[in-house]
Design a protein around this ligand. Structure first.
Ligand SMILES: [Zn+2]
Ligand SMILES: [Zn+2]
Length: 288
């Protein structure tokens, strides 16, 4: 018996203890699994408790065939009940809801399966199987409380590492002098910043050490203290698509000044021609 439980990334990061309920088949406690209101269970008179009946059929004089059939009086159970239990109507089992405690450990991998031994469906006829809880990661969504509204809600996880995309303006990427406070999954702040003059190229990935997922203790050697993976921050640079007229004029002026002074014609520097190149096939066919 397996159930899937979807949890947000923050629970895998912080760890959490919670309860969950599942409905399962349980042995009827009113009749203790006998199916009888008064506890009396009789052996079926028709089959002698074997649940099957053997009939001899004569096919021809002196030739017999034995036919084995299900006992229809007791339904093959071998037992009959005069007064069925009113709770389970004699079926010996009921559906009931059971609550279990679920402990999500810090850094548990998504997709992990937790086993609750003998907590599966019960029956008087077999030993209950295991209940398996399959933990998966739910889609990121902001909640209503502060701790459910961190930037970390939208981190993506791969193994022990986390991934985040940060947007910079052109000015920030190029000139530096900026600070970002990223709220992590437990609310602590990861500060990203550059001093004036520190350029960040678009799509640069900065690796912030030990701001990834905690490493699950089962995967730690010698059960050492908590270790963490890394946080990978990818910078996306957005150019302004709207500029005030005077701003545009100012920038244009600055560019013109430096273009004339030290500008390089990239095409020329890379050996590219100014016009189209004539292809050999334009002059008729080649002779081989
Ligand atoms: Zn019962
Ligand atoms: Zn019978």
């Amino acid at each position: 018996m397996e159930v899937r439980i979807a949890l947000p990334l923050r629970d895998f990061y912080n760890g959490r203890k919670t309860d969950f309920s599942i409905e399962k088949q349980a042995i009827c406690s009113a009749c203790e699994g006998s199916g009888s209101e008064d506890g009396h269970v009789d052996t079926c008179g028709a089959c002698g408790g074997r649940g099957i009946r053997i009939q001899r059929q004569q096919l021809a004089p002196g030739l017999f065939q034995q036919v084995q059939t299900h006992c229809d009086k007791c339904g093959g159970k071998g037992k009959t009940i005069k007064h069925p239990c009113p709770i389970c109507s004699g079926s010996r089992v009921v559906r009931e809801s059971e609550t279990h405690t679920l402990e999500i450990e810090k850094g548990m991998p998504k997709g992990v399966r937790i086993t609750y031994e003998n907590e599966g469906d019960e029956s008087p006829d077999w030993v209950a199987g295991d209940l398996i809880v399959h933990l998966v990661e739910s889609d990121p969504a902001l909640g209503s409380e502060d701790h459910e509204r961190t930037d970390g809600t939208f981190f993506r996880r791969r193994g022990k590492d986390l991934f985040w995309r940060e947007v910079l303006s052109l000015r920030e990427a190029w000139m530096g002098d900026w600070t970002r406070n990223i709220t992590h999954l437990d609310g602590h702040i990861v500060q990203l910043s550059r001093k004036r003059g520190d350029v960040v190229q678009p799509n640069t990935v900065e690796i912030v050490k030990e701001e990834g997922m905690p490493v699950w203790h089962q995967e730690l050697e010698n059960n050492e203290g908590f270790q963490f993976g890394d946080l990978h921050v990818e910078y996306v640079v957005v150019l302004p698509d709207l500029m005030g007229k005077s701003m545009e004029k100012d920038f244009w002026g600055v560019w013109e000044k430096y273009r004339k002074k030290s500008g390089v014609q990239l095409d020329g520097a890379l050996g590219r021609p100014e016009g189209a190149i004539k292809m050999p096939s334009d002059e008729g066919h080649d002779e081989l």
